[in-house]
Ligand binder design. Structure first.
Ligand SMILES: [Zn+2]
Length: 180
C-alpha cells in the first residue's frame, strides 16, 4: 500500500476490523518510512455501492449515469473539457466514505456543491432536474438564493486539485484478495 504522505510502499498493518458484516475491512496502517498513520478500507469488488433513492428503492451506483447527468447540465457552457470527468472522479472518490450504501440526495448535493463553484448556469440546470422544480416560482427561488448568497464561480476552480483531505483518507478497493 502506497503511503499517502510520502509515497513509500512499505507499511505495517496495526489493526484490521471488519465493517458492515464482513464485506468491508478497515485497516490502520503505519508507513515504515515516515511513520505516519493512515487508514484504508477494502471492499470486495463484487459488493457494489448501492444508492438508496428517496422512495426506498436501491440502485447500483453508476458512474456513467452520474457523468450523463452532469454533462447534460454543462452542455454548451464554457467549461474545460476535462472538468466534468474530474468532477465525476472526485465525487466517486468521496463516495468511498460510504462503504455499502449512499443516499441519492448525498450524491445530488455533492454535484450541486461542485457545480456551484464551476458554473452557475450548470448549477441551476442540475438543480432544476435534481430538485424537480414544480413550477417557474421554485426555479426563480433557486436563482434568488444564488444571488443572495453572492457566490461567484471561481475561474481557477479545478476539481480534484489541492484537496488535502482526499489524500489523507486514501481508500482502496480490493480486486481479488479474499476477506477472511
Ligand atoms: Zn510515509
Amino acid at each position: 500500500m502506497k503511503c499517502p504522505y510520502c509515497g513509500n510502499e512499505q507499511d505495517r498493518v496495526l489493526d484490521s476490523r471488519p465493517l458492515d458484516g464482513a464485506s468491508v475491512i478497515r485497516r490502520r496502517r503505519v508507513c515504515q518510512s515516515c511513520h505516519k498513520r493512515f487508514t484504508t478500507y477494502e471492499r470486495l469488488e463484487n459488493v457494489p455501492l448501492m444508492v438508496s433513492k428517496s422512495d426506498g428503492r436501491l440502485e447500483t451506483f453508476s458512474r456513467e449515469k452520474l457523468r450523463e447527468g452532469i454533462s447534460r447540465a454543462c452542455e454548451k457552457r464554457p467549461i474545460p473539457a476535462d472538468a466534468v470527468e474530474r468532477l465525476v472522479s472526485e465525487i466517486e472518490y468521496e463516495l468511498q466514505d460510504y462503504l455499502m450504501q449512499v443516499p441519492s440526495h448525498v450524491i445530488g448535493e455533492k454535484v450541486l456543491q461542485k457545480l456551484l463553484k464551476l458554473d452557475h448556469v450548470a448549477y441551476v440546470r442540475f438543480a432544476s432536474v435534481y430538485r424537480q422544480f414544480q413550477d417557474a416560482d421554485a426555479f426563480l427561488q433557486e436563482l434568488e438564493k444564488l444571488k443572495k448568497a453572492g457566490v461567484k464561480p471561481d475561474p481557477d476552480f479545478h476539481p480534484g486539485r489541492g484537496r488535502k483531505s482526499l489524500k489523507l483518507k486514501k481508500a482502496v478497493k480490493v480486486k481479488e484478495e479474499a476477506v477472511g
